[in-house]
Design a protein around this ligand. Sequence first.
Ligand code: RUB
Length: 314
Amino acid sequence: MFQIVEDAAKKIRTMEVRGAARIARFAAETLKLFAESINGDFDEKMKKAAEILLKTRPTAVSLYNSVNYVLRYEGENEEEKRKNAIKRAEEFIKWIETAHEKIGEIGARRIRRNSVVMTHCNSSAALAVIKEAFKQGKVKEVFATESRPRMQGHLTIKELNEEGIPATLIVDSAVRYFMDDVDCVIVGADTITANGALINKIGTSQIALAAKEARVPFMVAAETYKFSPKTLFGELVIIEERDASEVAPPEILSLKGVKVRNPAFDATPRDYIDVIITEIGAIPPEMAYLVIKERFGYAILEEGELKISPKHFD
Ligand code: RUB
């Protein structure tokens, strides 16, 4: 019964499906398929499926927002509930698609002609901006960090290459070395907190620091479902720490007295961020609180449990 959901959870956990937007989309698609297959005990089964999905990776709030959006289905009977859950899953997927298009359009306006752009990891939102700006003849070259240990930078390089965008792969530690040649940095987001901080791939905060020191604008491309309503209630973002074997070989891991740590994300304070490009506009990070109120206004504590649903998302 839960096989579809268990399989999907495995794909997210092992990072076969990765990146905050892709994970959110995949979760909505999975819940849609699962809702179609349920026969009896609809509410309990949907709740359990949601729990399985939410346990996979803790950091990107897009997963939480997607699951939570679908789970706010309504209906008098099982058939109505199923229909509504499927409709909501489709709505969330549409939200993702339209947001990327808008972000590309808005973000490209922030890029000057002949720009050299730096990016980190592999972000569909950041790439939407870069691709649109390139179409408009504004991007001369893109520096992409390899993004150790999982090397998502290779995906970025391939994607840029497919679009015919001149791209240069650099190691993460070469960021400051090349920063003087860069006109702007653009990265994606896993979560934006109520105080405007950015949670993104490990190493993002170092890039932001280097950009600030070199007076290079640092932009974030983030759909509004990357904003965390939970942080409004004081909840802290959990930074996923992955297996040490992703970082070091067995001969290092077996050394007595040596620890190997592998956090997958870090936090960049809002003071390092020039602008956040969302589908509802280019906003200063200080406005994160208002975005959360606007998009997730219908956020209530029900019996100690946080229930959140966007008011609208056109
Ligand atoms: C991916 C990552 C990306 C954000 C934004 O980490 O940090 O920068 O998720 O991506 P991982 P997008 O590979 O560990 O999932 O803009 O596509 O949502």
